[in-house]
Design a protein around this ligand. Structure first.
Ligand code: NDP
Ligand code: 2IT
Length: 449
């Protein structure tokens, strides 16, 4: 029995565990949301009557498929592909594809579940979904990546479409992979259907700012949390985990806002540069050469590389986890707080364990959970869909401005909802309830479907 959970909701959670055995990340994501919904049922008894929570916890459709392909050496390889179409009350299923060896149904479902509420918070017409594969892109040739993506799309194409389900990138999936998948979709369907995927190249239907959007958006969100506290990024020492798409553009925006990022990482270790991370060098290593982050310390003598180190031991005032789920545990959170951290913005999805979240909330620091803080990526995907729908393309400044306004609105919505439900400053409560109510009202209006 979870002490924090409402007694009407606890059996729903127990049923989710029983019906989805072994999917620990999915259980964790569901628990985090359900723990905050008790007061919502009190104000809106019709949500209980129409079993909105039970319905939201059950994906509308789950697709699992074989992905056979032939590698550079002529060897046959078999991977498993997933697409979980979770909720389409607010729009076509929308969410990224993750290619990583750890991917299994429990990870895809946690991500898809979070995506429902995140997408609702953007205020744009997008439902929630997620997909991916246990394919490991590390060390693969461009040819391997292309053949894998083509095989993956050979099955996925029949399930997606601009009005049905619109995938994008996530860990291991960026512009290169979206290109190969779009090419195969176009070939199979004989349609140049821009709106079927987002994160496309800029000269074939992509949107300016989509590449930067998640990192920029997360940084805007933290900036809003700091403004509430009459503070700013100016002069702050910051730590950003990861060194992929989200991390890189988080670092860029923090530097633009006057902060200094002193450390970033990959799954093998972290680099520390007291002078501030040289982003151009990180981009050359990661985006152009696709090497490991350790290469930074070989090129820059002011930096040190800590193999296998824990980046959360680096003292900072602002921490932005931007790598993967459960990368900050209770002990890491306590270390961050002890070292003077006053704000955490989650670029990654569910990067903090429940114990870690508890530490941040009890310390009263500004804590922006992923489903609110990293919503800028999918929001800009929705802006890409808008541009595709009217065969238009907007300039950088206009698009970034739209993104910034969306993040300000999400922050305000979460902040006000937390106040309304008696938990001022608690963005977990604010984000979960605000997102849940938007989806639930739409589901109620559409009947039992
Ligand atoms: P990338 O593949 O570009 O980068 C991922 C980074 O995280 C790499 O540095 C990688 O290191 C590290 N990482 C990945 N898995 C692990 C792991 N199991 N343990 C330790 N480090 C790991 O992905 P993104 O930057 O796109 O995604 C990062 C996070 O942001 C994810 O949680 C994703 O779900 C989330 N997100 C992404 C959005 C987007 O638009 N791309 C939108 C919203 C959220 P290594 O190379 O060593 O694996
Ligand atoms: O977690 C996420 O929000 C993403 N990976 C981006 C999804 C999208 O459709 O742009």
């Amino acid at each position: 029995m979870s002490p924090a959970m409402d007694e009407k909701i606890e059996p729903i959670y127990q049923s989710v565990i029983a019906r989805n055995p072994g999917e620990t990340e999915f259980h964790q994501a569901v628990k985090e949301v359900l723990e905050t919904l008790g007061p919502v049922l009190v104000k809106n008894p019709e949500f209980a009557h129409y079993k909105i929570i039970e319905r939201i916890c059950e994906p509308e459709r789950q697709i699992i498929f074989r992905v056979p392909w032939v590698d550079t050496h002529g060897k046959v390889q078999i991977n498993r592909g997933f697409r979980v179409e979770f909720n389409s009350a607010l729009g076509p299923y929308k969410g990224g594809l993750r290619f990583h060896p750890s991917v299994y149904l429990g990870i895809v479902k946690f991500l898809g579940f979070e995506q429902i509420f995140k997408n609702a918070l953007t205020g744009l017409p997008i439902g929630g979904g997620k997909g991916g594969s246990d394919f490991d892109p590390k060390g693969k040739t461009d040819g391997d990546i292309m053949r894998f993506c083509q095989s993956f799309m050979t099955e996925l194409y029949r399930h997606i479409g601009e009005h049905t389900d619109v995938p994008a990138g996530d860990i291991g999936v960026g512009g290169r992979e979206i290109g190969f998948m779009f090419g195969m979709y176009k070939r199979i369907t004989n349609q140049w259907e821009a709106g079927v995927l987002t994160g496309k190249g800029l000269n074939w239907g992509g949107s300016l700012v989509r590449t930067e959007a998640t990192g920029y958006g997360a940084t805007f969100f933290v900036d809003e949390m700091l403004k509430v506290r009459k503070d700013s990024f100016d002069g702050k020492t910051c730590v950003v985990s990861g060194s992929g798409n989200v991390a890189i553009y988080t670092i860029e925006k923090i530097h633009q806002l006057g902060g200094k990022v002193v450390a970033c990482s990959d799954s093998a270790g972290y680099i520390y540069d007291a002078n501030g991370i040289d982003l151009a060098l990180v981009q050359q290593i990661k985006e152009v050469e696709r090497r490991r982050i350790s290469a930074y310390a070989d090129e820059r003598k002011s930096a040190k590389y800590v193999a296998g180190g824990n980046i959360w031991e680096v003292p900072c005032q602002v921490a932005m986890p931007s790598a993967t789920q459960n990368e900050i545990n209770g002990k890491d959170a306590a270390t961050l707080v002890k070292n003077g951290c006053i704000a955490v913005g989650e670029g990654a999805n569910m990067p903090t364990t429940p114990e870690g979240v508890k530490v941040f909330l009890e310390a009263g620091i500004a804590y922006g959970p992923g489903k609110a803080a990293n919503a800028g990526g999918v929001a800009t995907s929705a802006l890409e869909m808008q541009q595709n729908a009217c065969r238009d393309s907007w300039d950088f400044e206009y698009t970034e401005n739209r993104l910034q306004k969306i993040m300000e609105n999400i922050h305000r919505d979460c902040y006000n909802t937390a106040e309304e439900y008696g938990a001022p400053g608690n963005y977990v409560v604010g984000a979960n309830i605000a997102g849940f109510i938007k989806v639930s009202r739409a589901m109620l209006a559409m009947g039992v479907v």
